[in-house]
Design a protein around this ligand. Structure first.
Ligand code: FE
Length: 295
């Protein structure tokens, strides 16, 4: 059965392109790539042409998620399965594939209304090793684990779980969290060794609650933390360690309002599911009101 293999790229809309260029490079260490298109620029994490397409214009939210499959045959299998379960999609044109620097893609929406693309054959710029936007000790953890993870909007978490299961992801509810607003039971799903590539079950006013990127070196997380503190950026959740992915992380505001979670040291995906009531330690709420719960 064909499955998606990684969260390969993410598109975002931003209202302040200049703020994002500075934020992505100076705080996170991403490489900004501008190909003169005017309405967009790219962010690089590794040898891929891009991991992020930043569309400058109206809005500050997720534009689309790009899920990779192995090849054209896998993409065809996935489209057959979508036909069988009655999910509408569109086959991207050659121009749309070229726009994303991939060999082929489908466009659809997940049940939460998040624009979704399933693609194969990304452009890998093997001649262009990452030029980080600021000093880094090591690199971002990508490779077979994709770019990171996202927590996105889901009106009906069970429907979203069914949808992503059809794409080949696995996972389940991994926390029961008591909050002032009642019990929250977020779902976490994986498609490779990364503990989760997507999560849902916590809804706010945006499609995107947060995006997580992982450093291969602890010192790079520490450096990011120093930079966030020195710039006075709002920290939503202080340093702490999750019980499910065991990553040391903290959450802070992006120029778009949604949160970036930077981390290090995540465990690999569960072979068998389990759930938790608490994190291991930390993640104290510092600036509240951005989101009540972030995982
Ligand atoms: Fe997270």
């Amino acid at each position: 059965m064909a499955k998606v293999t990684e969260l390969g790229y993410v598109g975002i809309t931003v209202s302040d392109g200049d703020a994002w260029r500075k934020f992505a490079s100076e705080v996170v260490g991403l490489e900004v790539l501008d190909e003169g298109e005017g309405d967009r620029f790219y962010l690089r994490m590794d040898y891929w042409h891009h991991r992020f397409i930043v569309h400058v214009g109206d809005g500050d939210d997720l534009a689309y998620l790009g899920w990779r499959v192995a090849d054209a045959t896998a993409l065809e299998e996935i489209s057959d399965r979508l036909d069988a379960i009655g999910v509408k999609y569109r086959v991207g044109t050659a121009e749309e594939a070229a726009e994303r620097r991939v060999l082929g893609l489908l466009k659809l929406e997940d049940p939460g209304g998040n624009p979704t693309e399933i693609f194969y054959g990304p452009l890998i710029d093997a001649h262009m090793p990452l030029h980080p936007g600021r000093r880094m000790h090591g690199r971002f953890l990508t490779g077979s684990e994709g770019l990171g993870h996202v927590l996105v909007h889901a009106d009906d978490p069970a429907a979203s779980h069914r949808f992503y299961t059809q794409l080949g992801l696995e996972g389940s509810i991994q926390y029961h969290l008591k909050t002032p607003n009642g019990l929250i039971q977020p779902t976490f799903m994986h498609c490779n060794d990364r503990q989760h590539s997507i999560a849902f079950g916590v809804n706010g006013d945006k499609r995107l609650n947060h995006l997580m990127l992982e450093y291969a070196e602890l010192n790079d997380l520490g450096k990011a933390h120093d930079i966030v503190r020195s710039k006075g950026i709002d920290v939503a959740l202080q340093l702490g360690k999750h019980a499910n992915d065991e990553a040391l992380t903290f959450y802070f505001a992006t120029p778009s309002g949604w949160l970036l979670e930077l981390g290090w040291g995540a465990a690999k995906a569960f072979k068998q599911q389990q759930y938790h009531l608490n994190d291991v330690f930390g993640h104290g709420i510092e600036v509240s009101g951005m989101h009540d719960v972030e995982l």
